[in-house]
Design a protein around this ligand. Structure first.
Ligand code: ZN
Ligand code: ZN
Length: 765
């Protein structure tokens, strides 16, 4: 007990990812070191610390506390205040108070920590080479939870009673494995096994050796990872990668590559210090980074795209496998294209039959289907592209407490979001809901979140698209009130939710397509934001989008429609002959006929489709085999040197600004016909788009007095455009706000929907 006399007491409340990451033992350690009395406890969604003792000791505690927070913790809010001393004696870890929102006590999965990695490679350690080593600082969390509250009995580790040695670690407050729920060792924990392509058990004492041998000979190996199965092949062998593409039905979409360590990752990607910190962080996401010249990867990995998706081993199993294989491995979701990732052994043996040559299995069940997350780096920090393992279910904290509501998301990148108190819980990425298995997955995940958030669901918010699965689901969700919200407004609200911004702003939502409020298809939108009000203030000039959503697959069709808008049918037909060789003139004429008669076309202001058309005009992508291919090829080609801009203009109709691209598209077509290199045209195009955005923002901000600018929508995944717009805004002394917690693409709109509905319900509307 600390010395009596002038005692003070300090209470600290910490929110964020602070449970299941060794926070309480850490506090116990430093409080004891400072000779302080008090306690630490988990409460729903936070850790509360109370220390009492001499003022100087408390000051020392404060500085140790800030300096030594566990690496796996992610503190999003920290509140400290002096309180009257209560006369506590000794320092204790109090039992958890888990009533309330149980889901908020589950941390996301955490990549192997340095201590566990050291044990793994230490021949004298009892966990030497043990693929399921973990501690309070690392290991599976969300992916093994079957019900709540989060403790071992309610995870897939319940099947593995701890041996005396593990139990002792688990029960010792000063041990790194104190209450490490998935704690395990070779004596008591999960084990590996190997099966052949037809499911026959292959007896081996060295499953990882068997898998790495298969990989070395170009075979496809299915690996049971943290959030589900992955398919691995040698990323340096073109034949192996092509075989995987063939079997998986994945034509050209790039694969992510896992490297044994950061040094080998550097051989394939240009990585900054900040990039390396993201890769080695507790989330261990796939990072999109520029490919390096002379990369050892087979060409069929990235299929000519300029960026490569890089990740490091996120579990001991992956560390051991990559270490043995000694080469980079393609590591892609264990599924046939468009299906959700397989998680069960039996499920994988069925669904991945014919794809995998070997199965590396284990007996720790994956409960929550969770893909690898994908991020970019923008500035010094993470910019999310796909939010799943490592991030889910950590909530996005909202500026205040709201009623229970949910946002149902969009269909292309399924994800929903529950608001509970002042926290927004997004589901993991659920895939393309056009797929029936993905829909099942959606409904199953929705039930899980709803139950474990104990949500009193007072409203659900859905997209305006009547044909969306999620719009139909709103009716079946079993909740009285349904609120519709326009797609791009939802993008804006999602950025408002994650930033807590509530003043005046201009918002730019550059996106694919979304159902508009006026019967047209929106996607290149400018909004005026005032507090919680979001009003459309402008858009890209409309053009007829042929064949609706089918246009995504055929960028040349969108390009032809835009060329026809610029210079009429005759000129467009001539241009098509030169710009789209290989498209039969009859096909071109048929489409022009349809456009002339307005058959099967919808007017759109979509920025995404404009980027598609630009890619086709440059000759980079006339047909796309996956979503985003055309703009990725366009951006990848963009030259570094500024090359001037194309003309663009504005008009205003009853206060609504329209951005006209005729001069730009005309200029691009004429450059392309003059054989100006695609890199130059692409550079000019990006700079023109950035200049047009900046000019539109400046006009709107002048009329509203807004000084902040929100950038959202899938098009802002484009690193070249984003960088140019950010530079311009700073030059104009405007304050840009971008996504840091949820993706700018449709994977993030459920947060915006939920935030909007929460405000409506809270306001008594
Ligand atoms: Zn660890
Ligand atoms: Zn054990």
């Amino acid at each position: 007990m600390a010395e009596r006399g002038a005692r003070s007491a300090l209470e600290i409340t910490v929110r964020g990812v602070v449970q299941g990451v060794g926070f309480r033992p850490f506090v116990h350690r430093i409080a004891t070191r400072c000779g302080l009395d008090g306690w630490v406890a988990n409460t729903p969604g936070s850790v509360v610390v109370r220390v009492e003792g001499p003022r100087a000791a408390i000051a020392r505690f404060r500085s140790l506390f800030r300096g030594e927070i566990p690496a796996a913790a992610r503190v999003t809010r920290l509140l400290s205040r002096m309180v009257p001393p209560s006369g506590a004696a000794g320092f204790r870890i109090l039992p958890s108070r888990t009533e309330g929102i149980a889901l908020s006590t589950i941390p996301p999965d955490i990549a192997t920590c340095p201590e566990c990695a050291a044990e793994l490679s230490d021949p004298k350690d009892r966990r030497h080479l043990y693929p399921f080593t973990n501690c309070t600082q690392c290991g599976p969390r969300f992916t093994i939870v079957s019900s709540l509250p989060y403790d071992r009995e309610r995870t897939s580790m319940a099947a593995f009673p701890m041996c005396p040695a593990c139990r002792a670690e688990y029960g010792d407050p000063l041990d790194r494995r104190f209450h490490a729920e998935p704690n395990a060792c070779p004596a008591c924990g999960p084990r590996l096994s190997v099966r052949g392509p037809d499911g026959t058990v292959l007896t081996t004492a060295d499953p990882i050796g068997a898998a790495s041998e298969a990989l070395a000979s170009g075979k496809v190996v299915a690996v049971r990872g943290m959030g589900g199965f992955q398919l691995a092949v040698d990323a340096t062998r073109d034949d192996a990668v092509r075989a995987l593409r063939e079997r998986k039905g994945r034509e050209e979409k790039p694969f992510a590559v896992m490297f044994p360590d950061i040094a080998s990752a550097r051989t394939a990607a240009r990585l900054s210090g900040a990039d390396e910190a993201i890769l080695a962080g507790p989330e261990a996401p796939i990072l999109l980074a520029p490919s390096r010249a002379g990369s050892p990867l087979a060409r069929s990995v990235c299929m000519g795209l300029s960026d490569v998706g890089v990740l490091l081993p996120n579990s001991p199993l992956h560390r051991l496998l990559l270490g043995r294989a000694g080469r980079p491995l393609v590591m892609t979701s264990g599924n046939a294209t468009d299906e959700p990732i397989a998680i069960g052994n039996t499920e994988a043996l069925t669904r991945l039959r014919g794809i995998a040559d070997l199965f590396l299995l284990h007996d720790r069940e994956v409960v929550q289907r969770t893909d690898d997350s994908v991020v970019r780096r923008v500035g010094r920090a993470t910019y999310p592209i796909r939010r799943a393992r490592g991030f889910v279910p950590a909530p996005v904290l909202l500026p205040r407490v709201f009623p229970d509501v949910a946002g149902l998301g969009g269909d292309l990148k399924g994800a929903f979001c529950f608001v509970r108190n002042d926290a927004a819980f997004l589901s993991q990425h659920l895939g393309d809901l056009a797929n029936p298995l993905a829909r099942e997955f959606y409904e199953e995940a929705f039930r899980f979140f709803r139950t474990f958030l104990d949500s009193g669901l007072r409203a659900v918010c859905h997209d305006l698209h009547p044909a969306y699965f999620t719009t139909g689901f709103a009716e079946r969700a079993g909740c009285g009130r349904r609120i519709g919200l326009q797609h791009h407004k939802a993008h804006v609200y999602s950025l408002l939710a994650e930033t807590g911004f509530a003043g005046k702003a201009v918002a730019v939502a550059f996106d694919g397509t979304g159902y508009g409020e006026d019967g047209t298809v929106w996607g290149g939108e400018f909004f005026s934001v005032d507090g919680a009000e979001v009003t459309r203030a402008g858009h890209l000039a409309r053009f007829p989008l042929p064949g609706g959503d089918a246009a995504v697959r055929a960028p040349w069709r969108t390009a032809l429609s835009m060329l026809r808008e610029v210079s009429g049918r005759g000129e467009a037909e001539n241009a098509a002959e030169r710009l789209f060789p290989g498209i039969p003139p009859g096909t071109v004429r048929l489409l022009l006929d349809a456009l002339d008669r307005g058959l099967n076309v919808v007017p759109t202001s979509s920025a995404g489709r404009l980027f598609d058309a630009a890619s086709a005009i440059c000759g980079l992508c006339r047909h796309a085999t996956f979503e985003g291919q055309a703009p990725m090829l366009l951006t990848g080609a963009a030259g570094k040197a500024p090359a001037g801009t194309y003309p663009f203009s504005f008009s205003t109709d009853r206060g609504m600004l329209a951005v006209h691209w005729n001069g730009m598209i005309g200029g691009m077509a004429s450059d392309a016909m003059k054989r100006v290199p695609p890199g130059t045209i692409s550079r000019r195009f990006h700079d023109t788009m950035a200049a047009a955005v900046l000019e539109a923002v400046s006009r709107i901000s002048e009329s509203t007095g807004a000084r902040s600018v929100l950038l959202t929508g899938g098009v802002f995944q484009n690193a070249v455009l984003l960088a140019a717009v950010l530079r311009g805004l700073r030059r104009m002394r405007l304050v840009p706000l971008i996504h840091r917690r949820v993706p700018p693409n449709d994977g993030g709109i459920s947060l915006g929907q939920a935030y909007y509905a929460a405000q409506r319900v809270a306001g008594g509307e």
